[in-house]
Design a protein around this ligand. Structure first.
Ligand code: SF4
Length: 465
């Protein structure tokens, strides 16, 4: 029977069907971080249990780490306590921790792929909603809550309901200055922030096929913002080329053997789907959110909808029908697991080279991992950003959710390459977030307001693939 990748991977990892109809699913890789684990380990301890498979569990630190001064102990006592607890728990249970001094620290969804921990055909769980990022490799990857983190620690399994599969096919050439971020914002705008509930999203079509792994990760990362807990791209030659030589990927003959399995999990050509959506790449424009969820967006040269949600307008201080272009910003943030990989930084640097950040704008670049930061420095990108007036920080989640010192203040407006524009997301209860691509953030930082990156003077804008 022809099958989708989702069905193949799901079936291969189903241990048994439970009496309540749920599937007991084996988890191939469990990524843990400092925020959603302390309670889970306490629950384990209270029951006298050990971690079932420490070798399939990897500890990461990202949400609470300061990005300006990462020396220990952290000034924030709560952050220090959280990291100390994770260190203790990892030590006690024999779990590898990619700590600040490891050279591999970074945002969990950046370092998993970067190190080759994330592999096609795997099931991957992490106590973070944006775990769908790893689906870019053809893994079935999803975010879980704290009690599920406990379950995976104790049994390496989860009780889950299978979901339906929606194929989202993007075809044709992307226009100049249109990026993967614009593609996923457009998908969420069309299908709604709850449109993916009960579905896994399979992204395909020649536009996605031409994308790099970094771009595919950006797309899969925001699946959850469209309501889909799982988003994936079928593994192909681009995937295999990325995997080759990664530290935790199989090496030598083992790699060749693994590629057979990886190729086999891709959806069959004649697989059937529960739903199919087709999107023409040529219709997608550089996109900016204007509201309080990632589905509330417009093309940068459009006006806000005449029937725009009243609560969102009131919070943002916008009026229905006004242009988004020209909105004055206070902060520009290039970072997060959506857009803080090397290619994102390269693209932002192309825009700002030779320019200066507007005097009223605070601008920061936060690489997704120590490896990204080092690679960027080898190319001299840090100098490009610093010369333009950006701050160049250490790796972490930073202002994506502000569980660390990087936060908006008061009613500040932030042009952000992150993934959520919920009320209060960036640290100030009244702070406002405009989501956009890193190139658009860079252009906004220089102009001091939202601009169309395609018209930005001197900008070398990527020609769509
Ligand atoms: S960068 Fe943001 S979305 Fe990604 S893991 Fe960190 S807090 Fe979560």
């Amino acid at each position: 029977m022809p099958a989708t990748l989702f069905d193949k991977v799901w079936q291969a990892h189903t241990v048994r069907i439970l009496p309540n109809g749920q599937h007991q699913l084996f988890v191939g890789l469990h990524l843990i971080h400092e925020v959603t684990t302390p309670q889970a380990f306490d629950m384990l301890r209270a029951r006298g249990l050990r971690v079932a498979m420490p070798e399939r569990t990897i500890g990461t630190v990202d949400h609470i780490v300061p990005t300006r001064d990462q020396r220990r102990p952290f000034i924030d006592v709560m952050a220090e306590d959280m990291l100390s607890a994770l260190e203790r728990n990892c030590r006690e249970h024999g779990i590898r921790l990619l700590n600040l001094d490891s050279g591999h620290q970074g945002i969990v969804h950046v370092i998993g792929p970067e190190l080759g921990l994330t592999q096609p055909g795997m099931t991957i769980a992490c106590g973070d909603s944006h775990t769908s990022t790893h689906g870019a490799f053809g893994a079935v990857a999803f975010g879980i809550g704290t009690s599920q983190v406990r379950d995976v620690l104790a049994s390496q399994c989860l009780a889950m309901d299978p979901v339906k599969v929606r194929r989202i096919s993007v075809t044709g050439r992307l226009g100049r200055g249109v990026y993967a971020k614009d593609v996923i914002l457009e998908i969420i705008r069309r299908l709604g922030v709850k449109g993916g509930a009960g579905f896994a999203y399979e992204y395909g079509g020649d536009t996605i096929d031409r994308m790099s792994m970094d771009e595919r990760m950006t797309i899969c990362n925001m699946s959850i913002e469209g309501g889909a807990r799982v988003g994936y791209v079928n593994p192909d030659e681009t995937t295999l080329a990325y995997m080759r030589g990664r530290q935790f990927a199989p090496q030598g003959d083992a790699f060749e053997r693994a590629t057979e399995w990886w190729r086999s999990v891709a959806s069959d050509r004649d697989a059937s789907y529960d739903d199919v959506v087709e999107i023409a790449a040529g219709e997608i424009q550089p996109t900016v959110t204007w509201g309080i969820n990632p589905g509330q967006s417009v093309a940068v040269d459009e006006r806000l909808p005449s029937n725009a949600d009243a609560e969102a307008l009131a919070f943002m201080g916008f009026a229905a029908g006004q242009p988004v272009k020209g909105t004055r910003i206070d902060v520009a943030f290039v970072g997060s697991c959506t857009n803080a990989r090397l290619s994102d930084l390269q693209e932002a640097a192309r825009i700002i080279r030779g320019h200066r950040v507007a005097p009223h704008v605070k601008a920061l670049v936060v690489p997704g991992s120590q490896a990204v930061r080092e690679a960027a420095e080898r190319e001299g990108l840090d100098r490009v950003f610093l010369d333009a007036g950006f701050e160049w920080r250490g790796a972490g989640c930073s202002m994506c959710l502000a569980m660390n010192p990087d936060r908006l203040e008061g009613r500040e407006i932030c042009a952000s390459s992150s993934n959520r524009n919920f009320k209060g997301r960036q640290g100030s209860p009244t702070g406002r977030t405009l989501l956009m691509s890193p190139a658009m953030v860079a252009a906004a930082a220089i102009a001091g307001e939202v601009v169309d990156v395609r018209e930005f003077v001197g900008a070398e804008v990527l020609v769509g693939r």
